[in-house]
Design a protein around this ligand. Structure first.
Ligand code: ZN
Length: 318
């Protein structure tokens, strides 16, 4: 019975528009014909994918989709990035790709322009797959197509859209989206590790946005304590908001800390800024022990996130 109640996350979102059956068909036609991007040039330089790697990618995608369905009551399968659009590159080639040149330490991307996931080959297969798992989740936030009517001309166009949290100036709150995405990624990979003994993509790996994830974990715990809720409830709300563009999932911040401390208003979410988290945000929200936990993580000690998820960084690479 529960099965039929799981809302499907459409690749073609028609939010806010009244549409007929014909219009929906037309949008699908236009989207498929005219918005499916051509393959980027760089794909020719990608490493070949072994049959084992292909099945591991599919296993990861399936596990993520099942996890989201079970825990968030959303079915994201329609948004899954296709295997053909997932590519791995040698490190020196990765750095030359147009989608990877934003900063030097990027290890993967999901390109909204080409619908491609590109991954930098890491020292270990486990580290490569941790990055892949993150980008697979970003792909679920990317392939949303919607209809837009231009107010001046009345012309209806099919547009691609991103979901996630958007700040007041209508820009994406990039770091917040990344943090929530990586937090969900770690939580799913921890369950994956339990379900598939030996597939450990969280030990001796430098998780992305680690300082920020440690912060957001402590932050949700502190908020939950103040509100008499569980941290898990708040985290899962954040994940749902990320996948459905639901800004209301951030309301707990104002409820727990007061209106002036609204999460989305803080400029720290716009940049990957560890020092600001330490000096400003952590004391401001009463997060005692943040410094110690970050230090523990970067000195290669086992650190517990959420309820009982253990992560350990690769000290040699940190
Ligand atoms: Zn990312």
């Amino acid at each position: 019975m529960g099965e039929t109640n799981t809302p499907e996350l459409e690749k073609y979102s028609l939010k806010g528009h009244k549409t007929s059956w014909f219009t929906r068909k037309l949008i699908r036609f236009l989207s498929d014909r005219h918005m499916r991007p051509s393959k980027p040039e760089s794909v020719r330089q990608a490493l070949p994918k072994s049959p084992e790697l292909k099945s591991e990618i599919l296993a990861l995608q399936n596990f993520q989709a099942d996890w989201i369905k079970t825990n968030l009551n959303l079915d994201p399968r329609k948004r899954s990035v296709k295997l053909d659009n997932i590519n791995f590159y040698p490190s020196e080639i990765f750095d030359t790709l147009p989608d990877a040149n934003e900063d030097g330490d990027q290890n993967g991307y999901y390109s909204q322009g080409t619908w491609e996931i590109g991954i930098r080959q890491q020292a270990s297969q486990a580290a490569t797959l941790e990055v892949l798992a993150h980008e697979l989740l970003e792909g679920l936030q990317g392939q949303v197509v919607h209809m837009q009517k231009r107010p001046d001309t009345g012309v209806i166009r099919v547009r691609q859209n991103l979901v996630g949290y958007i700040n007041k100036s209508k820009r994406r709150a990039i770091l917040l989206n990344e943090m929530v995405n990586e937090m969900m990624n770690i939580e799913i990979l921890d369950d994956y590790r339990r379900a598939q003994g030996g597939k450990d993509y969280l030990t001796d790996i430098n998780i992305a946005y680690s300082e920020s994830v440690i912060f957001l974990d402590m932050f949700t715990k502190e908020a939950a304590g103040r509100l008499g809720k569980t941290a898990k409830e708040l985290r899962f709300g954040l994940y749902r908001g990320l996948l459905t563009n639901d800004f209301n999932q951030l309301r707990f911040v104002a409820e727990a800390f007061g209106g002036s401390k609204a999460l989305i208003d803080l400029s720290i979410w716009e940049a990957d800024n560890g020092p600001e988290l330490r000096t400003f945000a952590a004391p401001n929200f009463g997060l005692n022990g943040y410094d110690k936990k970050v230090n523990d993580y970067f000195t290669g000690q086992l650190v517990t996130l959420f309820e009982n998820t253990q992560v350990k960084c690769d000290k040699a690479a940190a």
